[in-house]
Ligand binder design. Structure first.
Ligand code: HEM
Length: 425
């Protein structure tokens, strides 16, 4: 509506350039820039390169409160109508909407998944999915994850120099998701190709084909598991019932896709960023090698220090929301920087120091409130096993590059390395 638009001056693309947050230099050293923003204001409006305005939250207490604030929505069926209001340039807006449509993960599936929904939809989906994602299922994966890690490490040890992202950080979480979804070994190469394409968003025609292929594949999987359920999570999701309620076919597809993206991109970076932290902090590494009992606390600290989801989490306001002295109007996008919250000195003294003796857990690394990560126990289990085995099995492991030269992926959402070259002995 015109009145609402007039009340909120749109950002001016000529006056407000995209924020430095979106440059490669930022990804090399994000915490310096985020600290500066934290000192500026509790909520800072920034422009993205495609011209969308979003309010960046960098303080721990504000981030925690907003993650659980019901006045902030995640339901894109409502949110997409707000996008035009938050764009200055109609041409850029059209471009954004087209790209968003083409990149949307499952353009053929209309149903929402729980991370993009509000109560009561979210409550219903989370309850049904929670019935399949049980502590027992996670714990039952422990021996298999250990075995898989050891197999990969045997292969890694045979090389003098190797990229740990490709050789370890990626294959473990990916294989675990394949187990959960019941994707057999012979189909994993296809599955990996589709998911890479979908996540990268490259070449729209290719993405559309990949998405159609993957939907076809998952539909067939669902049909097969429906007639003969197996001991995997997809079968449990098909069978999950709550007071006669169950997941529809589209909801099952959306959920499978959410598990793939949420469960694998993130854990890859817990392993990569955690390995880097230990390669650059020899004293912490020595203590962990001497005392296995320190691993759980160390993984919590890796999640705080350089967590996989740096700024993942966006929402939009359904009414004006006050953050400190700033009032964010209704209908604006809000980006909650989990990475910046983890380095807030008011919450974590000496925040830029890796300190595995800090009290408490991962803080906001897995979110907070109703959307708190469903896969957190699994991610922690994978992180502890993989990092623990890696450093125990390869005591001579060292970086094969200057840490300042490592390339980080340029995503404001995920914090992760392109490559982690190491020497194995
Ligand atoms: C939600 C982080 C691993 C499944 C979330 C959220 C965060 C997060 C921050 C909340 C986002 C928001 O509120 O906007 C992480 C990190 C991981 C990880 C840092 C690894 C270290 C996993 C794994 C799975 C998973 C392994 C599943 C196999 C989910 C799901 C949600 C979620 C289903 C949505 C929950 C809901 O909307 O109720 N995760 N995650 N995640 N995560 Fe994770």
């Amino acid at each position: 509506p015109a009145a609402a638009s007039a009340a909120i001056p749109p950002p001016d693309p000529n006056r407000d350039p995209p924020h430095d947050l979106f440059t490669p230099a930022f990804h090399q050293r994000p915490h310096t820039a985020l600290a500066k923003l934290r000192d500026t204001a509790p909520a800072v409006p920034v422009m993205t390169p495609n011209g969308l305005r979003t309010w960046l939250i960098t303080g721990y207490e504000d981030a925690r409160a907003l993650l659980a604030d019901p006045r902030l929505s995640k339901d894109m069926r409502i949110g997409k109508d707000l996008i035009p209001r938050n764009f200055a340039d109609p041409a850029k807006q059209a471009e954004f909407l087209q790209e968003a449509g083409e990149r949307s993960q499952f353009p053929h599936v209309l149903s929402v998944h729980m991370l993009d929904s509000d109560p009561p939809d979210h409550t219903r989906l989370r309850r049904l999915v929670g019935r399949a994602f049980t502590a027992r299922r996670v714990e039952s994966l422990r021996p298999r994850i250990t075995e898989l890690t050891d197999e990969l490490l045997a292969g890694i040890a045979a090389h003098e120099r190797i990229d740990l992202m490709e050789a370890l950080a990626f294959p473990v979480p990916f294989t675990v998701i394949c187990w959960l979804l019941g994707v057999p070994p012979q189909d994993r190469a296809d599955f990996r190709r589709w998911s890479n394409l979908l996540v990268s968003g490259a070449g729209t025609e290719e993405v559309r084909d990949a998405s159609a292929d993957m939907i076809g594949y998952l539909r067939a999987q669902i049909a097969a598991k429906r007639s003969s359920p197996a001991d995997d999570m997809l079968s449990d999701l098909i069978l999950a019932r709550d007071d006669g309620d169950r997941l529809t076919e589209d909801e099952l597809l959306s959920m499978a896709f959410l598990l793939l993206v949420a469960g694998h991109e993130t854990t890859v970076n817990l392993i990569g960023n955690g390995a880097l932290a230990l390669l650059t902090h020899p004293q912490v590494r020595e203590r962990l090698l001497a005392d296995d009992a320190l691993w759980p606390a160390a993984v919590e600290e890796f999640l705080r220090y350089d967590g996989p989801v740096a700024n993942a989490t966006w929402r939009f306001t359904t009414e004006p929301v006050q953050v400190g002295e700033v009032v964010i109007p209704e209908g604006e996008f809000v980006s909650i920087s989990i990475g910046a919250a983890g380095r807030d000195p008011r919450r974590y003294p000496d925040p830029d120091r890796l300190d595995i003796d800090r009290p408490g857990t991962a803080g906001l690394a897995f979110g907070h409130g109703i959307h708190h990560c469903l896969g957190a126990p699994l991610a922690r289990l994978e992180g502890r096993i993989v990092l623990g085995r890696l450093f125990a099995r390869l005591p001579g492991l060292r970086l094969a590059a200057d840490p300042a030269e490592l390339r980080w992926r340029s995503s404001l959402m995920m914090r992760g390395l392109e490559e982690l070259p190491v020497l194995t002995a």
